[in-house]
Design a protein around this ligand. Structure first.
Ligand code: SAH
Length: 252
């Protein structure tokens, strides 16, 4: 089955995964600490991706060249863009795009120069396994915490799993004007974050299967920063743990 790599965006998410792994050892390469071990009978390497596209691309490249990862799964949080994508929901990417890539007029806006592509697809079987694990996570334990723990932020309805376009850029999107502009330019974007499309480009170059899953921490508007840390502690790290466990148990 090879070695599955897990990239976590936040230290709290990384620590929660490490606490669950029985036997990890630390290996340091070019900055980040990589944790190599097993969980649920599978060989794993777990790492903090760092924030932003360059950090994610460097980390993904090291996972593939130094740690022989055969698949990569990114777990983290994101801002919701889709009209029905609410705080506490989970979005599993079917494709990723860099929303701040713009070499126009030389290339169409969003296109990666030289690649002839703007949207990079994720691995379907791995993404579907992750979506099934996310559905399970929200139906049992970790999802329910969203409504109890964060009354001020959570919506009244149960958390949902969405699959579709996630966009990435080197900006924390925290104003209504910015998220409205993104929605206008990319009407089918479900969520915005800062790393996924970089991982996608590296995996695309190496021909390695990958998936990206994000718990929605905010609506990428003027309140995006409110309770961000608390959301990770109380909700996102538990959902991430359940999703990784479910993906390992039920196939990937
Ligand atoms: N204040 C945070 C900063 C984290 S940056 C800190 O203390 O570390 C936000 C992280 O969450 C990034 O990894 C990004 O991928 C994701 N994210 C969540 N909401 C986002 C938004 N509205 N815009 C962009 N990225 C977002």
């Amino acid at each position: 089955m090879g070695r599955l790599a897990i990239m976590a965006a936040m230290p709290q998410e990384l620590q929660t995964l490490l606490d669950a792994m029985p036997d990890e050892t630390r290996v340091r390469r070019a900055g980040p600490d990589f944790w190599v071990g097993h969980w649920e009978g599978r060989e794993l390497v777990v790492v903090l991706s760092g924030i932003g596209k360059v950090a994610a691309a460097t980390t993904a490249t090291l996972l593939l060249t130094e740690f022989q990862a055969t698949q990569i799964l990114f777990v983290g949080v994101a801002g919701g863009l889709g009209a029905d994508v609410q705080v506490g929901d989970v979005v599993v990417a079917t494709e990723l795009l860099q929303h701040d890539m713009d070499a126009s007029p030389l290339f169409p806006r969003f296109e990666i120069p030289g690649q002839g592509l703007s949207r990079l697809p994720t691995h379907t079987a791995l993404s579907n396994a992750v979506a099934a694990a996310a559905t399970q996570a929200l139906a049992t334990g970790s999802g329910r915490r969203t409504t109890h723990a964060l009354d001020a932020l959570a919506t009244q309805r149960d958390a949902r799993v969405h699959q579709g376009l996630i966009v990435s850029g080197d900006r924390f999107v925290s104003s209504a004007s910015e998220s409205t502009a993104l929605r206008q330019a990319l009407p089918d974007a479900l969520a915005v974050e800062m790393e996924g499309a970089a991982l996608a480009q590296v995996c695309h170059d190496f021909g390695v299967p990958f998936a990206v899953v994000r718990t929605i921490s905010d609506r990428a508007d003027d309140t995006a920063h409110v309770d961000f840390g608390r959301f990770i502690d109380e909700v996102a790290r538990h959902v991430a743990l359940d999703i990784v466990r479910g993906t390992l148990r039920h196939g990937s």
